[in-house]
Design a protein around this ligand. Structure first.
Ligand code: PEP
Length: 250
């Protein structure tokens, strides 16, 4: 009942030309996948070009971050209206690289989530614990704070349009994947928390993605878990053959 969602995050990789070449390949292998959604998040500068190539395809476009304002004096930011005008439908928000390298806190991430919703972009709220937090048994409290604060002010109606991505920081770009049991345990926790914050029906309808070294050889077992509704993919989304295998998970 929850439609699977596979998201490729290209991070700060690909020039416009490289993005064009990569998306041309991915567009072909995503054709006809009508039981799942596929999103690509190219670098902001290539967003329009990638959206142009994907016009009339089965793949949609996400921005890698988004400002809370429609326009204004926010040097270096991209606004939700700009993302939409370029062909985007969603925005990744609160990625661990934004949190750790650029010091975005839960308060700012919450503003971005509310901004995306205001302008009708689907927010993909990323949450995740560091290795140190996991080893000191703080995983669930860290995730609860990230969810409660990141979703502050999000109405029940808007929650149905929001996606949560669980990305343990220790698994991103490291080649270490959470085991399917570890991932399922956290996803079930997130869904239970959403049921407390909203209603059971809403919690049951929210898509919760797993991210952290998802690869062709582990995607099937991760996707087979009850509460894993999709994947947020970094490194393996930069090669057409591996991303094609991932979006064609069984
Ligand atoms: C990510 O960028 O969100 C990510 C999960 O990266 P990777 O798949 O490379 O671990």
């Amino acid at each position: 009942m929850r439609r699977p969602l596979l998201v490729g995050n290209w991070k700060m990789h690909t020039t416009i030309l490289e993005a064009y070449l990569l998306v041309s390949e991915i567009g072909k292998c995503a054709a006809g996948l009508d039981d799942r959604d596929v999103l690509l998040a190219p670098p902001q500068i290539a967003l329009h070009e990638v959206a142009r190539v994907l016009q009339n395809s089965d793949v949609s476009i996400a921005s890698q971050n988004v400002c809370w304002k429609g326009e204004g004096a926010f040097t270096g930011e991209i606004s939700p209206t700009m993302v939409k005008a370029a062909g985007g439908v969603a925005a990744i928000i609160g990625h661990s690289e934004r949190r750790q390298i650029f010091h975005e806190d839960n308060e700012m991430i919450n503003k971005r989530v509310l901004g995306a919703l205001k302008y009708d972009l689907m927010p993909i709220l990323c949450i995740g614990e560091t290795l140190e937090e996991r080893e000191s048994d703080k995983t669930f409290s860290v995730l609860e704070d990230q969810i409660r604060q990141g979703l502050a002010g999000v109405t029940a109606e808007n929650m149905e349009k929001t996606v949560v991505a669980y990305e343990p920081v220790w698994a991103i770009g490291t080649g270490k994947t959470a085991t399917k049991e570890q991932a399922q345990e956290v996803h079930a926790f997130i869904r239970k928390l959403l049921a407390e914050m909203y209603e059971k029906d809403i919690a049951e309808s929210v898509r919760i993605l797993y991210g952290g070294s998802v690869k062709p050889d582990n995607v099937d077992e991760l996707m087979a878990q009850t509460d894993i509704d999709g994947a947020l993919v970094g490194g393996a989304a930069l090669k057409a053959d591996s991303f094609c295998r991932i979006i064609n998970f069984i």
